[in-house]
Design a binder for this molecule. Sequence first.
Ligand code: AOF
Ligand code: ZN
Length: 430
Amino acid sequence: MPDITAADAIFMHRALELAAKGVALASPNPMVGAVLVRKGKIIGEGFHTYEGMRHAEIVALEAASNQPAEIFGGLVAPGFVGRAFGLDKEDETPAGVLTPAAPSALPVVDSDAARGATLYVNLEPCCHKGRTAPCTNALILAGVKRVVAAMQDPNPAVAGRGFKHLRAAGVEVVAGLREAEARRLAEPFAKWIISKQPLVTLKSALTLDGQLVLPHARASRSHRGERVRRRGDDSWISSPESRAEVQRMRHASDALITGIGTVLIDNPLLTDRTGLPRRRKLLRVVMDSQLRLPLKSQLVKTADNDVLVFTRASEKSPKARALQAAGVEVVHIAGRRGRPDLRAVIAEIGRREILSVLLEAGAILNSAALAAGIVDKMRVFLAPKIAGFQGSAATKNGFQAPCELHNVTMAQFGVDFAIEGYLRDVYRTR
Ligand code: AOF
Ligand code: ZN
């Protein structure tokens, strides 16, 4: 990598830090952070949120000029435009760069603020018009001299063209600084923008003897005849630190999938309880072939356009209607060898602009998901406990083909170790 300085690494670190502030706020767009530096000092920075519309680069340009740039017709205000291109009149503006707007209605933007500056950004600046205008245009017009980006945009509409556009305009471009971290941050977006399907992470917690449930937490009978798991503190397999991490994983996900078996046994809420802001509610998805989801379950009682049930039963059956009346969405899904077609489920979730799914299920659904090839990565929390009985392992039957995970990493949460690895390269899936 040419001409990388220690300062570059520090400012890219900051850009990545900013990008991460977009967790649960940027989806279905990528998390992007941007830092503008002139003469060694940060003159503007920002990150993207979907509601905020503006891309991170524009937020940073605005911050540098201390004024919000109007986005007219999705384009940056002429305050940047005229002077940067040496254009005096609006009609000299290159086609597609600027939507003319009444100049008097526009704020005066100090377009010199970023002249000669370096931009640090974790994703290649876009060069296409989506909800907003190309960031490359805004950067060129603002006189940014150098762009240091961590990675190319996996969006096929950009995919290297942003860099090309900048270089063609004489901007020095350095790509690939802290690329591994950037790619990890962007992987839900990459999977979805390439395949229109969400990134699926299987999460599980296991004892050292490979069990999912502790004996004293095993099923007992509730007054309604349903099996419930007692939830005393000691019935948890994983440490409080692991459970906090699972909450962070939920916060970073757009949806969560579980099976009806888990719902009947645990009666879980399956919510994001981090208390942190999120743009869309965590979509709670239940795989329930026979529509057994109890109307009195916590899931149904708390449903608020955020519970989705995939079933082989009819969407018009009395039970379906009762669930719908309680605010649950019921979607009929075709079967495959007697089981719901999980590929169809994932495709349907992808159509809803869900970038990431956390699979928090029991052995049967986990195995079916692995067998169906819908799992992209796994994260298994290993707790230093022995269940001491033969119960259910994390996966069982139906998944005969052995496979190996790639890019395996490990992290400690309290006394537990979480092992994470990939089943496929999410940047190459179709
Ligand atoms: C950037 N910076 O902060 C983001 C980018 O519809 P739009 O205009 O919001 O464009 C969305 C696309 O732009 C998205 O798919 C990705 O390729 C890029 N997102 N790009 O340079 C940002 N959020
Ligand atoms: Zn952009």
